[in-house]
Design a protein around this ligand. Structure first.
Ligand SMILES: Nc1ncnc2c1ncn2[C@@H]1O[C@H](COP(=O)(O)OP(=O)(O)OP(=O)(O)O)[C@@H](O)[C@H]1O
Ligand SMILES: [Mg+2]
Length: 275
């Protein structure tokens, strides 16, 4: 792999919790890998990390160990598929990390950003809501995906997330995934409702990235701690996720990718904005 290769980073966020972010990030990483890409899946939920649980792996080391000067990212990642699909576990219960203390931010992100260049895609599974990790890491990713469900609370909370990221970080390009719908039409209607609010009140045009049907295969996969793509590759939900991966794979990565996987300028944005 060449060192100057570009990496497309994708943040998976949501206003409301429990809308399917972790399952989507995980299966999207596998779907992109199946399309002959390399990918790294990073658990950024520093409050309640659970990608390891869904993957059925027990990490020996995690993000916190990167603070040890002798350890590098490659010492921490877990290979899921022949070193072209890797997993970077999060630390939980570490307040310095969860609050993204600024010294820690630069130590970690410097180590990570170089390492991320080994992959075509970086998927960030973020925590729900509008905490520091989301406004910092989410803003640093090139594609910002917001997962919603048709529930009114999910719509209002995702609107709040978009509003905060746009006002605090100047972000205007959001991709929406509607999850857990009975029909595609229900998904389109939910997207249109959010689209109207963002257009009318924020002057922002959001885009629909994909719709995932409610499918009992997802909870089966969670219960058996086996990725959906392994347990039920023909399930409707995984087919929907594969459609999203195909769409992402078709994007012009040369245009989209920046030189570093994560946009380090976003770290200093508070200063630029005078906060
Ligand atoms: N398409 C789907 N069909 C049916 N159930 C789903 C679907 N997507 C997610 N779920 C269910 O929703 C639950 C929550 O999913 P997941 O943990 O991925 O959400 P999350 O957004 O990451 O939650 P958190 O905000 O707590 O991190 C899962 O346990 C699963 O049972
Ligand atoms: Mg989650």
């Amino acid at each position: 792999m060449s060192i100057d290769k570009k990496t497309l980073s994708i943040a998976i966020m949501s206003g409301k919790g429990g809308v399917g972010k972790t399952n989507i990030a995980l299966n999207l990483a596998y779907a992109l890998y199946d399309l002959k890409n390399s990918a790294i899946l990073m658990d950024c939920d520093l409050g309640l990390a659970n990608l390891d649980v869904l993957l059925g792996v027990t990490p020996e080391k995690n993000l916190q160990d990167l603070l040890d000067p002798d350890l590098q990212a490659r010492d921490i990642v877990i290979s899921l598929e022949d070193s072209r699909l890797d997993f970077l576990p999060a630390a939980t219960g570490v307040p310095e990390l969860a609050n993204w203390d600024s010294d820690i931010q630069s130590i970690l992100l410097e180590k990570l950003n170089d390492f991320f260049h080994n992959y075509d895609y970086l998927l960030l599974d973020l925590e729900a809501g509008i905490g520091n990790t989301v406004t910092i890491l989410g803003a640093m990713a090139r594609l910002k995906c917001v997962v919603i469900t048709p529930e009114p609370t999910s719509l209002t909370d995702s609107y709040a997330l978009i509003k905060i990221l746009s006002s605090q970080r100047g972000i205007r390009d959001f991709l929406i995934i509607v999850n857990m719908v009975k029909t595609r039409r229900e998904g389109e209607l939910a997207f249109e409702r959010l689209q109207r609010a963002c257009r009318h009140f924020l002057g922002i045009e959001i885009a629909l990235l994909g719709i995932i049907l409610r499918d009992s295969a997802v909870s089966k996969a969670v219960l058996s701690q086996t990725p959906l793509c392994k347990l039920e590759p023909e399930s409707m939900a995984y087919r929907n996720i594969k459609e999203i991966a195909l769409k992402i794979n078709k994007l012009d990565t040369d245009v989209l990718s920046t030189d570093s996987a994560l946009d380090m300028d976003m770290l200093n944005l508070d200063i630029h904005l005078g906060h």
